[in-house]
Write a protein that binds this ligand. Structure first.
Ligand code: SF4
Length: 157
């Protein structure tokens, strides 16, 4: 399945209640052959308004981090665990994550990136099926490493 088809399914999705409160679903953005995938928690108010990922405050931090790393946008696909904004930016519920994760698996399978960056506890918990970033066995470097983008930006100073 190609990314456009996945995106169209997301835009018209009604699998969970968030379809009733969203303005626009946010499938994600980037090339289908991206070498890096960044996976955040959920769309915020600006993402909900525009249908584009990481265009709000977190997006500015992300752009800064990307520029500092020398990466360009063509290498990166940006998306989130759930594709519709939870009301008042509350944490996604377990049912919403379960309903939405198949879209993420399809995106990962289609893109087949070299690196997946899980940004924050919700992303790490959903993808790695664990309780939180602090619960991760940091000594095992053969596994994916979750990190939080604001922490990453702070470490640039
Ligand atoms: S959050 Fe995901 S599962 Fe729920 S309506 Fe949006 S796209 Fe569908």
């Amino acid at each position: 399945m190609n990314l456009d088809i996945v995106g169209r399914k997301i835009i018209s999705c009604t699998f969970c209640d968030l379809c009733r409160s969203r303005r626009l679903a946010v499938p994600g953005e980037g090339p289908s052959n991206a070498s890096i995938m960044l996976i955040g928690e959920a769309p915020g108010i600006e993402e909900d308004r525009t249908g584009r990922p990481f265009v709000g405050r977190a997006g500015k931090l992300l752009t800064y981090a990307r520029d500092q790393s020398g990466r360009n946008r063509e290498e990166i696909f940006i998306t989130s665990i759930i594709k519709c904004r939870p009301p008042k930016n509350r944490k996604p519920k377990a049912f919403e994550i379960r309903s939405c994760l198949p879209y993420l698996w399809l995106q990962i399978k289609t893109i087949d990136p070299k690196l997946i960056c899980l940004m924050g506890n919700v992303s790490a918990s959903a993808v790695l099926n664990m309780q939180g970033v602090t619960a991760y066995p940091w000594t095992d470097l053969s596994e994916p490493l979750p990190y939080h983008i604001p922490s990453c930006c702070c470490s640039q100073k």
